[in-house]
Structures are given as C-alpha cells and as structure tokens.
Design a protein around this ligand. Structure first.
Ligand code: CP
Length: 320
C-alpha cells in the first residue's frame, strides 16, 4: 500500500501545507484559482470574506520576517479569523521549553492553525506529525524552514508568473544566485517543474549551487550572461549569509560583478521578461536598483499576490 504524504488527509485533501514537493499539478492550479477568486477586478484589492470566522490562527515565527508574517496576518484577517502573533523572544521557548510543549500549550488555548517559520529544516513537519498524533483537527503551514522549503512563496511565485505570462508550457525561467541555501529556490523548482515549465535554469557560482539539480530537471549555468539568454522570467535570490558557513564568496562586489542583475545583463533576456525577487533584497549585491525599480520588475506584485495565495491555502486547509 502506498504511504500517504504527511500533508494530505485520508481523502487526499491538503490538511497541512509543508512542501510543494509531491503536490499534483491539479492541486497547485486549484490553489492558484482559489487565490484569483480572492482578488478584486483590479488585482490589487483583496476581498474580505467570513470563511474562517471562529478559527484561531497562530503565527509562530522563530526567524525574522517582514513579508511572510505580515501577509499571513492580513490574509487570516481578510478571512475573518482570529490571529495571534506569538512573540518568540518573550515566549517560554526562550526559557528552554521544548517546541512541542509550546505547541501543546497553544493547542490547549484552542489554536486551529499554526503558521510556522523556523531555522531548522523539518520543524513544521515535526509539529504536523505531533498534532496529527495528539489532536486530529489542527493545521500546520510551513512559512519557511531552514534551507528546505517555503511553499507559500513558491505558490505566490507561480501565481505571479501565471498572472503575467498566462501559460507555463512555453516558458524559460532562470533562478539566479544562492541556490544552495535557498528554500525559495527548492520550492520554486518543484512548483515550476510540476506545472510543466519546459526549461528551468539555475545560475550561480559553483560554491552556491548544490549537486543533484539535473535530476530535478534543471539546467545549471555558472555564466550568468549565458544563462539569461532568451529567458522569460528571472527569479533573483537573496544571498543567505546567515546560513553560510565559511567563505563561499570572495566579496559582495565580486558577486555583484558576476551574478548581480543589471540592466545590461537583463537585456540578454527576452524583451518582455519579468524580474522577480522574494525579498528582502540586497540592492547592489544581487540586483541593481535600476532593475529592482524598473518597468520589468514585478517584485511588489509578488507581495500583493502573496496575500491572496495565503488566503487560498488557509481556506482550503480549513475545509479538509
Ligand atoms: N520572502 C520572504 O520570505 O520574506 P520575509 O523573510 O520578509 O518573510
């Protein structure tokens, strides 16, 4: 008998969102279609609906965040949920309480959904397994775990691409930079290949590109100019200096020279290529301000779409 994916219930519905790996193309499109339904005709306003009235969403961010934490909070409030933001610095985990003891206490306060960011890869999986064993009706969303996965970022990235490019099946997408430490890159690669993008490229220095990417259906380039030729979408990545051990790069200036996105390098891509970045951006290190603020950048659209995508994920989980 095949083993069930830990994020699906016995009916194959999404109970937790832990990773994009293993999600079907249909399910990803269903999430994106649901998100589209939450956006107004202008694609900038996000509707308020009562779908999560009486549901308590707990934001547990054990790592810093601006976009993810705030857009989850906005999304939960747009769904009429009650939102609790746990201050991790003053919570009992800072006094030595175990993660799972903290979870048990929050469940005793009637938490229905946890949104978890943690520096340790696998922490949201651990919580999901624990609540499945101890409480059947609590949902867990991975808001970024170590270098492993950032599934709602992957979903909002493919939402943005679908919005601007309409179809995935004739695209060339380049992901540029520190792939080795990037949970965003891993989630994007799973989403893009599942949705049928025929050519996913990763571009970066040898020290920041992990092995095994070709087995994921990805083409690896170390020369940025070569890798950008003819692409339709560029996803720039942040240098994850907090996750680097040892000297993997000569200097920020040297990195920018070879892998920073400038107008001159962007001109090698297709003329209607869009430029994305998950944020936070290091201007002058990964991306030049002229590009980040230029007409091809859709970086702030990604943030707005992130609200609707997170609403879609929470509303689908609450139904399972
Ligand atoms: N993209 C992203 O995860 O940004 P934050 O760290 O600000 O949440």
């Amino acid at each position: 008998m095949p083993t069930r994916h830990p994020q699906l219930n016995a009916h194959g519905e999404l109970k937790h969102l832990l990773t994009i790996e293993g999600l079907s193309r249909d399910l990803i499109h269903h999430i994106l279609d649901t998100a589209a339904g939450f956006l107004g005709v202008s694609d900038r306003e996000v509707k308020k609906v009562p779908l999560l009235r009486g549901v308590s969403v707990f934001n547990l961010f054990f790592e810093n965040s601006t976009r993810t934490r705030t857009t989850f909070e906005i999304a939960a409030k747009r769904l009429s949920a009650d939102v609790v933001n746990l201050n991790i610095n003053t919570s009992s985990t800072a006094k030595g309480e175990s993660l799972l003891d903290t979870i048990d206490n929050l469940v005793a306060m009637h938490a229905d959904m946890f949104v978890v960011r943690h520096a340790q890869s696998g922490a949201p999986f651990l919580i999901a397994e624990h609540v499945d064993r101890t409480r059947g009706n609590v949902h867990v969303i991975n808001a970024g775990d170590g270098r492993h996965a950032h599934p709602t970022q992957g979903l909002l990235d493919v939402y943005t691409i679908r919005h601007f490019k309409k179809d995935f099946t004739s695209l060339r997408v380049a992901i540029v930079g520190d792939v080795l430490h990037s949970r965003v890159a891993r989630s994007d690669i799973h989403a893009l290949t599942t949705l049928g993008v025929p050519e996913v490229r990763v571009i970066g220095p040898r020290t920041l590109i992990p092995g095994g990417l070709e087995q994921m259906g990805v083409h690896v380039f170390h020369d940025m100019r070569e890798g950008l030729r003819g692409v339709d979408v560029i996803i720039m990545l942040r240098l994850q200096s907090e996750r680097m051990r040892g000297a993997l790069l000569p200097s920020a200036q040297e990195y920018f020279k070879h892998y920073g996105l400038t107008e001159e390098k962007l001109a090698l891509a297709n003329p209607d290529c869009i430029v994305m970045h998950p944020g936070p951006m290091n201007r002058g290190v990964e991306i030049d301000s002229a590009v980040a603020d230029g007409p091809q950048a859709v970086i702030l659209d990604q943030v707005t779409f992130g609200i609707a995508v997170r609403m879609a994920v929470m509303s689908l989980l609450a139904k399972s």
